[in-house]
Write a protein that binds this ligand. Structure first.
Ligand code: ADP
Length: 644
């Protein structure tokens, strides 16, 4: 047995201790997570070593962690029956920092507490976090396999040094006793400890035990007429109860987990009472190692549109809970996905800021994004799979109705996966009453000679379907996709082509049906434009405040006129939307296109009411696409003057 000796902490440890006690003060409770995690690691190590030497279990094969407290002594103790520490190990492991990179880490500390608190997230503070709440820590331990008289007691006040001596210890493993500071006495309570364990350590696969509490009546009040008591208090009993779930679902092999268990787990983490549409559970090994268990809900949460409150993925590190809503783990357009990512490589104390910068996290984010996309692709595939059940066939439609609009944000946000996303899009179309035409469906139906995928954006489906801009397409039997989500206009800016075919708005630029238009039609149009020229000039002059240009079009069949924007311009619909949202929109004038064959347009030539007709033509074109004339009263006056 060795004498008691006093040793100095390695310089870095002293520095770290100072930092821990001074900068992690705002989040004290994490000490319990760190110490339970150490206890759990010690049990994992024992389990591993015992693979080769079962005698290490001695006569206590059931591994667990026990959390106890003593109000009178003001101590909180975390006990494990894991691998334990020999005296030398206690000196080495609790007196120095063995981790590589410690020196560089310390060198980067600025002395600015706020900045350092962030940095420290990169670096597990582990055992030393006990000093956030304790002014003295006593560790008693015995390494598995060593005799009882080779136990060790390690004591430190967290300043420059620590004491070690050997002790007799029958029990294998470690007990870490925190002598709490005056301002940390609220940890001496079952409820408080249970709630912290529930928050951070629920999914530690080891049982965490606490003593059961029991209500004990106080002394009978003497001589009182009511015969009441002087109250009572909760006292600890000798009985132990498990206070965590003691099983990390995702760390179990897939084959041992039933669909019901997955669904239950989903409900627990999502607070959604509906079962999820699908899930995917994988262990990923590569540059960084992690487990992902991801769920696609069957309905949108009420706050889906709040991009700030993004992501429903919880981050764990080695089965220890780190944080909720870790937005760095999935891009914002997949914020509807729920689940757990458990990294084997990240430090336990990783902060949100550091997550953004971590290379491991970037790899996890990429991997998880791809995983979600393939889940979506699988659902989309069953939609068309003859062999799939009706329920499975309906899933993608359900998903798309709930999350399709959010998914489209990805076109702008995630250029790397744009092509995969484009395949997942579904639209209404002039060709079908269903709102579920994919771009591939469309392509497969394209006409001989058609070289673009045509679409129109509008505020509503009826407005899109009845838009004058569709007339020539209808006449020629060309399908046009009808886009009515608010996000379409923005998202389509990022999708210029699909599978080698350009996407073309029917409300943008001059209509060019290319090979779909035959030579005679083209010629007739050019001739019409020529003879119509003088009228066009007059129209331009009359509408110079409203229209950028006036030209003859082949776009229209039944309507007299329509408005289009130039190729590079902002669409009328987007401009309206931005204005409604109170945003400044650059002054823009659309192009008025007129149908030279229309009786109303023909009437223009030589009319006494040329000016009124010109303005009515323009305002009606605006009305037809869901806009409003700048001066509705003037419009009404003009129409009425013609009516009488
Ligand atoms: P980390 O756990 O990240 O390595 P810590 O500072 O938390 O860093 O712990 C330092 C070392 O002390 C651990 O690596 C481990 O070897 C040892 N240790 C801490 N707690 C225990 C425990 N309960 N049982 C056995 N060893 C422990």
């Amino acid at each position: 047995m060795s004498q008691k000796q006093t040793l100095s902490f390695q310089a870095e440890v002293a520095q770290l201790l100072h930092l821990v006690t001074h900068s992690l003060y705002s989040n004290k409770e994490i000490f319990l997570r760190e110490l339970i995690s150490n206890a759990s690691d010690a049990c994992d190590k024992l389990r591993f070593e015992a693979l080769n030497d079962a005698s290490l279990y001695e006569d206590a094969p059931n591994l667990d962690v026990r959390v106890t407290f003593d109000k009178a002594a003001r101590t909180l103790t975390i006990v494990d029956n894991g691998i334990g520490l020999s005296e030398q190990e206690a000196i080495d492991n609790l007196g120095t920092i063995a981790k590589s990179g410690t020196r560089e880490f310390m060198g980067r500390l600025s002395g600015d507490q706020k900045a350092d608190a962030q940095l420290i997230g990169q670096f597990g503070v582990g055992f030393y976090s006990g000093f956030i709440v304790a002014d003295k820590i006593t560790v008693e331990s015995r390494r598995a396999g060593l005799p009882a008289d080779q136990g060790v007691r390690w004591v430190s006040g967290g300043a420059g040094d620590f004491e070690v001596e050997s002790v007799n210890r029958a029990q294998r493993g470690s007990s870490v006793t925190l002598h709490l500071r005056d301002d940390a006495l609220d940890y001496l309570g079952t409820w408080k400890l249970k709630s912290i364990i529930g928050k951070y350590s629920d999914h530690i696969s080891l049982p965490i035990l606490m003593r059961k509490e029991e209500w004990k009546e106080g002394e009978k009040a003497e001589g009182g007429t009511a015969g009441g008591t002087l109250g009572g208090e909760m006292v600890l009993t000798d009985e132990w109860e498990t206070v965590n779930q003691a099983s990390a679902l995702w760390s179990r092999p897939k084959k041992d987990i039933t669909p019901e268990q997955y669904q239950e787990f989903y409900k627990q983490i999502s607070h959604d009472s509906e079962p999820p549409l699908s899930w995917s559970h994988n262990r990923v090994e590569g540059a960084t190692e992690y487990t992902q268990l991801l769920f696609i809900p069957s309905r949108a949460p009420y706050d889906l549109w709040n991009r700030e409150k993004a992501a429903g993925v919880k981050l764990y590190v080695k089965r220890v809970f780190i944080m909720d809503d870790a937005e760095a783990l999935l891009p914002a357009y997949l914020r509807f996905v729920k689940g757990v990512i458990d990294s084997a490589d990240l430090p336990l104390n990783v902060s949100r800021e550091l997550l953004q910068e971590s290379r491991d996290v970037r790899a996890i984010r990429e991997g998880s994004t791809k995983r979600v996309l393939s889940m979506l692709e699988d659902l989309a595939r069953s939609e068309k799979d003859e062999a799939a059940s009706d329920e499975d066939k309906a899933k993608y439609g359900k998903l798309y109705a709930e999350f399709g609009a959010v998914l489209k944000e990805g076109l702008g946000e995630d250029s790397g996966n744009r092509d995969r996303l484009a395949k997942l899009l579904r639209f209404a179309s002039t060709n079908s009453s269903a709102a579920a035409v994919s771009l591939s469906d469309y392509k497969a139906r394209m006409k001989e000679g058609q070289d673009a995928i045509y679409y129109i954006t509008a505020d509503s489906l009826p407005a899109a379907r009845n838009s004058p801009q569709l007339e020539v397409f209808r006449k020629k039997g060309i399908e046009v996709l009808l886009m009515t989500d608010r996000v379409d206009e923005w998202a389509l800016n990022y999708l210029h082509e699909f599978d080698g075919t350009a996407l073309q708005s029917v409300a943008r630029g001059a209509v060019d049906l290319g090979k779909l238009q035959d030579e005679s039609e083209k010629k007739a149009a050019e001739e019409a434009a020529e003879t119509f020229k003088p009228v066009l000039e007059k129209l331009k002059a009359a509408l110079k405040d409203k229209a950028e240009d006036v030209r003859v079009t082949t776009r229209l069949v039944d309507s007299p006129a329509c408005l289009v924007v130039e190729d590079a311009g902002m669409s009328m619909q987007l401009a309206r939307m931005l204005k409604q949202a109170g945003q400044k929109v650059p002054e823009m004038k659309p192009v008025l296109e007129v149908n030279a064959d229309h009786p109303l347009v023909k009437k223009l030539d030589g009319s006494d009411h040329f000016d009124d007709l010109a303005h009515i033509l323009f305002d009606q074109a605006l009305l037809a696409e869901g806009g409003l004339p700048d001066d509705p009263a003037a419009y009404v006056r003009r129409v009425n003057s013609l009516l009488v």
